[in-house]
Design a protein around this ligand. Structure first.
Ligand code: COA
Length: 378
């Protein structure tokens, strides 16, 4: 029998078929169900994009208002979830709080049978609507502040910022944040989406599947990278020092966060949009030295690692935008999650349409033919 092929990180392995999103890493193109992400970011709200991903089409006015009403009806949290969040130590990372609350939701609503489409759809609506409420509520609880109830007169983006900060954002800030949600809503067979599909393939319910996806997103090589970007940028005293800092990182074989991607070998299209948003925001609302430092790093990286396909990814500029919107660093990944729930759920439903449990092979590297010695002889 021939030795099975092994691809670390499953790179290049085709593990499924999907009509949800396309990532073309050679040309830097990202499509959600056929639409370019730049087009969607310019013309659509997160709710419209969630409808597109989950229901397969951009909504007309009537469909959007019905979908919006369904989400609004599910924005508030059951008292028991708030009680759960209050029992967590205040130092709990918001991703851990989110993962716990997402899993716990299955105890508050009839645990949906994964094969029951209607029951699972109810769970998907509930998660899409209420994950922002969970993140905002835990942030206030850990600060010793009162939880702010959802304001159903606002869209998801504006209401999230209101529930988080206790005051309504400007229209500009709400729209900016809305665009960030659009940019993070879907990205093909990445680690967290794949995790959600793998867990779902065992017919685990939607809450179990999505809580696992949250856990996968929390790692620094995936969603957690946007936190690390700011940590690294803050190590650099100014833009003039950036090239030497960058060279040192490369010479000592350290990863520069926010650069590189398994699929994109050119600049991530989302990074381009976020960079323009950051530069617009800083030109009207005052700049930060971190933006100049980031820009200097990008220029140095283009020369040093660009030729081997390492360019800025979505995380490189997103943290700078979030920081300007007044969001604390450890909320960056939960924000990613409240957007990505749309993509995760769309993939999960697709998995259920044509499901076979994931069970890859591995190459056994352990010993053979051992026999158990008597306990005193070991
Ligand atoms: N900084 C410096 N060099 C990098 C780099 C980075 N962020 N990302 C990749 N490279 C280099 C590697 O050192 C390697 O070089 P080599 O061939 O000379 O050894 C080459 O590019 C390939 O990198 P590799 O780690 O094998 O790619 P991958 O596809 O396994 O990993 C990432 C992809 C995203 C995990 C990786 O680029 C990374 O760790 N980036 C930083 C974390 C990040 O921003 N994650 C968010 C992704 S959206």
């Amino acid at each position: 029998m021939s030795e099975p092929q092994f691809s670390p990180g499953l790179a290049g392995v085709v593990a499924g078929k999907s009509g949800v999103g396309l990532v073309n890493g050679t040309d830097g193109i990202l499509l959600y169900r056929g639409y370019r992400v730049e087009d969607l970011a310019e013309h659509c709200t997160f709710e419209e994009v969630a409808h597109l991903l989950l229901k397969g089409k951009l909504p007309n006015r009537e469909e959007l208002s019905a979908f919006d009403a369904e989400l609004k009806a599910r924005r508030a949290l059951p008292a028991g979830i708030l009680a759960l969040l209050r029992t967590l130590p205040t130092k709990t990372h918001p991703m851990a709080a989110l993962q716990s609350a997402v899993a716990a939701l299955s105890g508050f609503y009839p645990a949906p049978d994964a094969a029951d489409r209607a029951a699972s759809w109810e769970g998907i609506l509930r998660l899409t609507a209420s994950m922002p409420t969970i993140v905002a509520a835990f942030h206030r609880i850990r600060q010793g502040k009162d939880v702010v109830d959802p304001d159903l007169t606002q869209g998801m983006a504006g209401d999230f910022l209101t529930m988080l900060n206790g005051e309504k954002p400007t229209d500009k800030a709400a729209r900016l944040f809305d665009v960030c949600l659009v940019l993070h809503a879907e990205h093909g067979f990445n680690a967290s989406t794949f995790t959600g599909r793998v867990v779902g393939s065992s017919l685990a319910d939607i809450y179990a599947s999505m809580s696992a996806a949250v856990g996968s997103l929390s790692g620094p090589l995936h969603g957690g990278a946007n936190e690390e970007v700011l940590v690294q940028l803050k190590e650099i005293p100014n833009a003039e020092a950036a090239p030497a800092w960058f060279d040192h990182m490369i010479e000592t074989k350290q990863k520069v966060m926010g650069l590189g991607h398994r699929v994109y070998k050119v600049k991530d299209p989302r990074a381009g949009i976020l960079q323009r948003m950051a530069s617009d925001l800083f030109s009207t609302e005052g700049s930060t030295p971190l933006y100049d430092i980031a820009h200097a790093i990008e220029q140095r990286a283009a020369v040093k690692v660009g030729p081997k396909g390492v360019w800025p990814n979505v995380d490189f500029y997103s943290g700078l935008v979030y920081q300007k919107l007044g969001l604390t660093v450890d909320l960056f990944t939960p924000i990613f999650a409240i957007a990505r729930i749309a993509g995760w759920s769309a993939h999960w439903m697709e998995q259920m349409e044509d499901n076979r449990i994931y069970r890859p092979d591995c190459i056994y590297t352990g010993p053979n033919d051992l026999t158990v010695p008597a306990i005193d002889a070991r």
